[in-house]
Design a protein around this ligand. Sequence first.
Ligand code: SAM
Length: 343
Amino acid sequence: MALDELQVADTLARPLRDLRISVTDRCQFRCTYCMPREVFGRDFAFLPREQLLTFEELARIARIFAGLGVRKLRLTGGEPLLRRDLDTLVAMLARIGGIEDIALTTNGALLARNATALAAAGLRRVTVSLDSLDDAVFMALNDAAFPVARVLEAIDAAAAAGLAPVKVNMVVKRGVNDHSILPMAARFRHTGHVLRFIEYMDVGTTNGWRLDDVVPAAEIIAQVGGRWPLEPTTPNYHGEVAARYRYRDGGGEIGVIASVTQPFCRGCTRSRLSADGQLYTCLFSAAGHDMRGPLRAGATDQQLNELVTGIWARRADRYSEQRTRQTSRIKPKPKVEMSRIGG
Ligand code: SAM
């Protein structure tokens, strides 16, 4: 049967195209907007190893999803490169029929030493997170004394391994790193890499989010465009999360991810698998659907297929859109499990 015949659509006619796989809930950074140390401190109970899906289980789930129309996989976390031998998983995923693209989102700390093996295994693209070029600002944000230079080295190593252009994710928080917008733009112009500015999101009660902390994408575009004129460009594909802009002088392109001010639920074709096998159809879903239980209880491919089809067919969430309309009224805020954020 042709792959296309099995595709599913949700209640808003959105097809299932992407699967973000969190391979671990652990991270060596304690970014204040993501895994703040007050919450993810010494005593925080991360998942024990046996609760993580194995590479074989992940590959099996990915194969089920590919059969339902998924074409893109993104590995994320936590910090995905903390999962040992990640290139082995990439190679397993790359062999799945229908998968056209495998990407990785990483903080870059372990990327330089792994880039060649990952590219050889079939990784196609990498997104590296970097919030400032200023060590003091970056270290205050990552709260792990991790220097900017090591992330820049990682980006170079990824490019040298054939993973160029690299996407660089910068979360912008007002009064914290918004003065880093222009230096970051200057650094990545004419490099071929694509800097993406991300509006600071509310991820539940853990990061103390306030609307005042968000620098709207329109303001970021006005700031960068005021210095180097920009023009909008077309999306690379349906459902792309970043709005793309091109420097008029040929300096390359940037993106903005306006999850707060211009949510993109209508084009959302993404599902997310947490490290312990919970399937979420939205970053902000209150609850996931357990895949690990049935998987370990001996479910057949057909049963897993029906499970995912049923979950996706019932999907009706438009959480970001609703939140944007009601931001000041939503209380209490739903808690997002951070390992589900994947850039
Ligand atoms: N550890 C990896 C990394 O640092 O890229 C992957 C996981 S991280 C959760 C994925 C992306 O989510 C990063 O680019 C990060 O900056 C972004 N992110 C985390 N918390 C965010 C927030 N509150 N608002 C917007 N983006 C956020």
